[in-house]
Design a protein around this ligand. Structure first.
Ligand SMILES: Nc1nc2c(c(=O)[nH]1)N[C@H]1C(S)=C(S)[C@@H](COP(=O)(O)O)O[C@H]1N2
Ligand SMILES: [Mo]
Length: 366
């Protein structure tokens, strides 16, 4: 947390109220309705979206993926060629690194996510590794830079959307060049006709509208690479944001109030359901609290649809007394990392995995 609020760096707000610019961003980039947690695979229209600039115009017939830079055989690949290659379909849970930032204080001014920047799609594509082997990565190369066709301005820097991966991370067998989402061509907003999918990592790595992959001899220092680092102050070098921290979310039970989303249930037994995930390994444990995090009990875990998809869980809540309750859940992954009750603060609000809180009113029988 910043110690001196008088010295607030640019880009932070001490107000809980979002601006019209933030509202505009959050309408372009919607979250997943939390009741979507009931599905193993999120229907495409419910999956969250994050588009920094504009959805570019794209024509499948003329689209080319260029693989170049420090490679022995530069390639120019058509979509027909990609589709003729070995294909893999895999459910992958993806989360925006900024998920949860709207609740931080002071609040980083950006896409104001609460907890809904999440979804699990079944991506179909060809493993990236095969193409990299065909191109032959030069010994001097240390990273691959992935470029999208979208173009814009961020932080006064005009840019194409670009992110890099180390050769080792890019060669992992689960990394896909995807051309289908949930069995249909990628929708324009999700990267038509081609995107990178890097399972386990926060979403910014999975470059949409992919046009080129360039092998380079130095670590990439482009805008989106330097931006996604956890830092306390603008001048800090910070730590790169990579894999998803463990998180769990409940399908809010009962029914909501239209404006506040406050929940109502009747006295009785309620099956609470949710999903948990981590980019660092399988989910080992999910606990549920019905008293705002004072006491915890274990939820029952189900089977994830793939090693990179969220794990379902359920818990029987015996709501015997009317009154006000606060439901929480927290996941622990195979590395032993558990979600925090309070979120350590960073300048751009990344990897914010503090526990979800769902206020519920339990009503007496009529
Ligand atoms: N070319 C390009 N790729 C991109 C982005 C973008 O703005 N342009 N946004 C990134 C971010 S920050 C996230 S969280 C994911 C979101 O993917 P989705 O919109 O398919 O859910 O895409 C990533 N890939
Ligand atoms: Mo993101």
């Amino acid at each position: 947390m910043l110690s001196d609020m008088n010295d607030l760096p640019e880009g932070l707000s001490t107000s809980e109220e979002v601006s019209l610019d933030e509202l505009q961003l959050s309408q372009r980039n919607h979250g997943m309705q939390l009741e979507g947690l009931r599905y193993d695979v999120t229907p495409a229209g419910m999956h969250y979206l994050l588009i920094h600039f504009d959805v570019p115009e794209a024509d499948e017939a003329s689209w080319r993926l260029a693989i170049g830079g420090l490679v022995r055989t530069p390639l120019e690949i058509t979509m027909a060629n990609l589709r003729a290659r070995p294909s893999v379909s895999m459910p992958v849970t993806m989360e925006c690194a900024g998920n949860g930032r709207a609740r931080l204080a002071p609040r980083p001014i950006s896409q104001p996510w609460l907890t809904e920047a999440i979804g699990t799609a079944e991506w179909t594509g060809t493993p990236l590794r095969g193409l990299l082997e065909e191109a032959g990565i030069g010994d001097e190369a240390v990273e691959l830079v992935f470029r999208g066709a979208d173009h814009g301005m961020q932080g006064d820097v005009e840019q194409d959307y670009e992110r890099s991966l180390s050769i080792g991370d890019a060669m992992r067998e689960e990394v896909l060049l995807a051309y289908e989402m949930n069995g249909a061509p990628l929708p324009p907003q999700h990267g038509f006709p081609l995107r990178l999918v890097v399972p386990g990592w926060y979403g910014m790595t999975s470059v949409k509208w992919l046009t080129s992959i360039t092998a380079v001899a130095e670590p990439f220092k482009g805008y989106q690479q330097v931006a996604y680092r956890s830092r306390q102050r603008p001048e800090d070098e910070g730590e790169p944001v990579t894999r998803m921290s463990p998180r769990s979310l409940l399908v809010p039970p009962g029914f909501p109030d239209f404006m506040t989303r406050r929940r109502f249930v009747d006295v009785g037994d309620h099956i609470l359901r949710g999903r948990a995930w981590s980019g660092w390994g399988p989910i080992d444990r999910v606990e549920v609290s019905t008293d705002g995090g004072d006491t915890w009990e274990d939820a029952a875990l189900g089977e994830p649809a793939s090693p990179f998809a969220w794990t379902p869980f359920d818990f029987v809540w015996k709501a015997t007394q009317p009154g006000e309750f606060e439901l929480c859940c927290r996941a622990t992954d195979s590395e032993g990392t558990t979600q925090p009750l309070d979120q350590p603060w960073n300048l751009h609000g990344f990897s914010n995995n503090m526990v979800q809180r769902v206020p519920v009113e339990v009503r007496a029988p009529a």
